[in-house]
Design a protein around this ligand. Structure first.
Ligand code: IMP
Length: 188
């Protein structure tokens, strides 16, 4: 097994990455180091900035970190890069309230995950995954984390919070970005 350091404070992300990468012989080690999340328009920039932060700190092993968010079409892409802040302020109930008059056909949304891989030499590689779906009218399910109870991926009649990790890991934004990361690491 090869060790892969994942810098995050989010245990849900660690759980999903651990399950996803196990068959590829990667062992995820969580490092709960904080880093500044700049205010900018793209997840890519946030992730890149995070990696640069650790390069400046002369981190002594390769690592990954992730920035993710949910983009709701009826809200013109909100909360997007502000997903974390909005989760702790408006919350899921606030999002559902904002969308109370939005019809079923217009409740489309997209999750996006950007993983960044940083080397000790200062290199950065980004891996992007997306997952299409809809925002439900009420919260459903208790698994997962964050916006999982209000997001139903396309082709499923369950929210992410009603799916087991191995099911979410077949279709999620994070699953797709991690698959790209693994392909990259294999070819290195
Ligand atoms: P961050 O990548 O940790 O900044 O996450 C941004 C926000 O999106 C947080 O509120 C997370 O809980 C939420 N989020 C990220 N990925 C997921 C997911 O897979 N399911 C549900 N919420 C997510």
């Amino acid at each position: 097994m090869k060790n892969l350091y994942f810098i995050t404070s989010n245990n849900g992300k660690v759980h999903e990455a651990t399950e996803k990468l196990k068959p590829f012989d990667y062992n995820i080690i969580q490092k709960d180091y904080g880093y500044p999340e700049i205010q900018t328009e793209t997840l890519e920039e946030v992730a890149r900035f995070g990696v640069k932060h650790f390069h400046q700190k002369k981190i002594d092993h390769p690592f990954i970190l992730e920035d993710a968010g949910i983009f709701i079409d009826a809200l013109k892409g909100f909360p997007g890069v502000y997903s974390s802040y909005v989760y702790f302020t408006l919350g899921l109930d606030g999002i559902l309230r904002l969308m109370k008059d939005v019809t079923n056909e217009k409740r489309t949304a997209q999750f996006k995950s950007v993983f960044a891989y940083g080397t000790t030499q200062g290199d950065i590689q980004l891996f992007v995954g997306t997952c299409e779906g809809i925002i439900t009218k009420k919260k459903q399910g208790s698994k997962g984390f964050g916006y999982d109870p209000i997001f139903k991926p396309t082709g499923f009649d369950k929210t992410f919070a009603e799916l087991e990790t191995n099911e979410k890991n077949k279709v999620s934004h994070r699953a797709k970005s991690l698959e790209k990361l693994v392909t990259f690491l294999k070819d290195k």
